[in-house]
Design a protein around this ligand. Sequence first.
Ligand code: GAR
Length: 191
Amino acid sequence: MSKAIKNIALFASGNGSNAQNIVEYFHDNDDIKPCLILTNKASAFVIERAKNMDIPCIVFTAKELRESSKIIDILNDFSIDFIVLAGFLLRIPQNVVDLFPNKIINIHPALLPKFGGKGMYGDFVHKAVKEAKETETGITIHYVNAHYDEGQIIFQKKVALSDKDTPESIAEKVHALEYEYFPKVIAETLS
Ligand code: GAR
């Protein structure tokens, strides 16, 4: 990417703790600017976080994402260069992927290709990991294409599990990895 300043849009569907962590990480960075949060859920806590961080936050519907140019228009209005899916649960349609080739990344709370695909998000993933009696889990950061969790993998980090772990403790371990590595991987991907 040639332009020095890179404007990032963060897509989040719920709590938004990763979105907040990313905004805070780049607060004093002159080149990488998380400048917009987009959410498909009007009740998502990420909206409150955006207000507190003084970042514009726009709500859209799944239908608008699928069937209109609203999202593309917004991304153009904010001169967005790069998109980060941080706990975003809808599929990104092909027309958006085409406009941002290798410029959309997602974090998945498991070691893809295991525990990925439609319906595999958040706590559903951690419950499935527990039920499968996995001895490790982790995070996967990958480029986004128009299929759930299938784009090229950029980064993975593992964490060990014991049979005492619960879906809640697995979620905590995974979130800790996300907070530590996701902003760094964004910075590296944009450098
Ligand atoms: C994160 O653990 C993220 O990896 C996961 O949702 C959580 C959102 O937490 N994403 C997916 O499951 C995508 N398939 P947050 O809203 O507190 O950042």
